[in-house]
Design a protein around this ligand. Structure first.
Ligand SMILES: [Zn+2]
Length: 623
């Protein structure tokens, strides 16, 4: 089944929602949802159609092995209601995202969620039944009926799970229990997004700030060091008050993983999570081993950061202020133009598709009151087009985010164009390759045209910060997840205090506390409780593997290596037609080996060499 998936932008850059001078929002800067449905009545009519199709689909139970023709009929029916559901999801999600306070949109989302559960229940018989029919018979059907070819991969995916699939009754029970899971995550989200009693602090300049999530991401970048410390102390002090509570909610999520791993006969929670897309465990292990081996490079970055900030005793609250202040601002039109220029090496077809999206309201560009924060791409309306949501502010990070989200959008566009619906959707494992690839291309474009050393420093600094946040930090999260899930798999109880201890040890090791690189105060070891991604187990490692892969792909395209562009575009066009690790490997990047991680680290060192050379030149010219 094709599950709806919005791809959030994981690293909330500070979005200065108040007071910034935005260009006047024009109608063409708003996404046009009418292409999905003219109105809510049309949405409801389509939802009713899905319900009717589900009833029809019930007739497929016990029929899948009957004949090639019947199998095709049932598979086509499922494909059709899944596609319809994707379109419903795109509309409901984006409508709410455009105005999060609109009650009628919330109602649509609830209807959507009920429909999703109904689909899950209605299709629960399918996997066990396919297994019962067996590979031999499925293969024979495929030979008889060529139209079944588009289902080869989904069938193969179901068949390979035989050792982890229960009988029909068991699957039915698991599907029904879905409704009662996820409470740890829900409770956490309500606490962290709404109920948390955010503290108000007074900054050095006398302004008072209520330190909620978005104020925290903005204020932790403050140039004033005392303010940064005050901000982190107050913010994590608040989380510390709820260490017991968030320890319980996270433990609840981990226990769910353990139970599912157990009933599905996996060796552990990690094995189960990776098997969802047949990612070898060697990928996870290679990532964490490479990261640990290369901590000296991360420490070099922190030392350089200390030097550039003029701080000799670096603390954890010093990691966020930008290395270079100020910098140029960009209009939305400039951001679009720069992104188009950046991706030009990918060829005319890619550029033309992106331009078409820019010109035809696929994007909701500017911040507005009650609009969802951050940025994301919603790609689940297969026969319409991808939608992008931005909160464009005009700084360089905003331009980079635009390139990132449009990387997702083009991935969806090319996959949908090249693939039939059943194999179009791609997993996160390849998704973040397409987005971070575009960031790397944008950096190249900006560096090439930069006129001054200061401008170059700005882009290089931003790229470094991206590598720290997307590679090292996510790998650290991945290591944390591996450890705490294994503990729960072993039957060990977890508490907030124990999470802080494990996280704190990692935080200090990664930041070189012992080596005197950067000191981490005890209070900040509660940071794990601030990371919502931990409620989607073993998700974040894919940011790290993706940026490693995209660094290699981008380098090859920039260097003009023969076939590099086609290999990369091939990954996009393949969508979900093969297992993602295999797809990337076939395109030349093996994420189970050290090579891509070492290449990323080498790139990080090259950027630091360049920054240090510029700084040395500046010292010389100043002296
Ligand atoms: Zn992304």
């Amino acid at each position: 089944m094709r599950k709806p998936l919005a791809i959030p932008f994981a690293f909330a850059f500070a979005l200065a929602l108040c007071g910034a001078a935005f260009a006047q929002e024009r109608p063409e800067d708003r996404a046009n949802l009418a292409e999905l449905y003219p109105d809510v009545a049309a949405w409801n009519a389509d939802a009713a159609k899905v319900e009717a199709q589900l009833k029809e689909f019930a007739g497929c139970r016990g029929q899948l092995g009957k004949s090639a023709a019947r199998l095709l009929q049932c598979a086509s029916l499922e494909s059709d209601f899944s596609k319809r559901f994707g379109r419903l999801a795109a509309y409901a999600n984006e409508l709410l995202a455009h105005d999060t306070g609109e009650a009628s949109s919330m109602e649509l989302m609830q209807k959507l969620s009920v429909l999703e559960t109904a689909i899950g229940e209605a299709t629960a018989f399918e996997a066990p039944e396919i297994l019962k029919v067996g590979r031999a018979r499925i293969d024979a059907f495929m030979k008889q009926e060529p139209k079944l070819a588009i289902y080869r991969h989904p069938f193969d995916d179901a068949l390979r799970r035989a050792p982890h699939t229960l009988d029909a009754k068991g699957e039915q029970i698991l599907a029904a229990f879905n409704l009662s899971t996820g409470n740890g995550a829900t409770t956490y989200n309500i606490l962290a997004d709404a109920d948390m009693p955010w503290p108000t602090i007074k900054l050095a300049d006398g302004t008072e700030v209520k330190l909620d999530q978005s104020a925290y991401t903005a204020q932790r970048e403050s140039k004033n060091r005392d303010d940064r410390k005050k901000v982190m102390d107050a913010f994590f002090g608040t989380f510390k008050t709820f260490e017991r509570t968030t320890g319980t909610t996270l433990y609840g999520t981990l226990k769910e993983s353990t139970v599912y791993a157990k009933v599905r006969k996996y060796d552990g929670s990690l094995e189960r999570a990776l098997d969802a897309n047949r990612v070898p465990k060697a990928v996870y292990d290679a990532l964490i081993a490479a990261t640990n081996r290369n901590l000296p490079t991360l420490h070099r970055y922190f030392r350089l950061r200390g030097k550039m900030l003029g701080v000799s005793d670096l603390r954890y609250y010093d990691i966020y202020p930008p290395l270079v202040g100020g910098g140029p601002t960009f209009t939305l039109e400039e951001a679009k133009r720069l992104t188009l220029e950046a991706v030009a090496p990918l060829g005319e077809e890619y550029v033309a598709a992106m331009k078409r999206g820019f010109d035809n309201r696929w994007m909701d560009a500017y911040p507005r009151p009650r609009k969802q924060s951050g940025a994301h791409m919603a790609g689940y309306a297969y026969d319409v087009h991808p939608y992008v949501l931005m909160n464009f502010t005009g700084n360089y990070e905003s331009v980079s985010t635009l390139a990132h989200e449009w990387g997702h959008a083009m991935h969806t566009y090319f996959a949908n164009k090249a693939q039939p619906f059943p194999t179009a959707d791609y997993p996160i494992f390849t998704a973040e390759i397409a987005s971070t690839f575009n960031e790397a291309m944008l950096l190249e474009r900006m560096l090439k045209a930069a006129k001054t050393d200061d401008e170059r420093l700005l882009y290089l600094g931003s790229a470094l910060e991206g590598l720290r946040g997307t590679f090292f930090r996510q790998a650290m999260f991945a290591e944390f997840e591996r450890e705490v899930h294994a503990a729960v798999d072993r039957g060990e109880p977890m508490t907030g205090e124990r999470f802080s201890k494990i996280y704190g040890d990692l935080l200090r090791r990664y930041h070189g506390d012992k080596e005197g690189v950067l000191k981490v105060d005890d209070l900040y070891t509660v940071e794990w409780s601030y990371i919502p991604h931990f409620y989607t187990p073993f998700y974040v490692y894919q940011y790290a593997t993706s940026i490693a892969a995209s660094s290699l792909f981008a380098q090859d395209v920039i260097d003009g290596k023969p076939g590099a562009r086609e290999r990369y575009l091939g990954v996009l066009k393949a969508g979900g037609s093969d297992y993602p690790y295999d797809l990337v490997k076939k395109a030349g990047v093996d994420l189970a080996t050290p090579a891509p991680y070492e290449a990323l680290v080498a790139r990080m060192n090259r950027i630091m060499d360049e920054i240090e050379a510029i700084l040395a030149k500046k010292v010389k010219s100043n002296g």
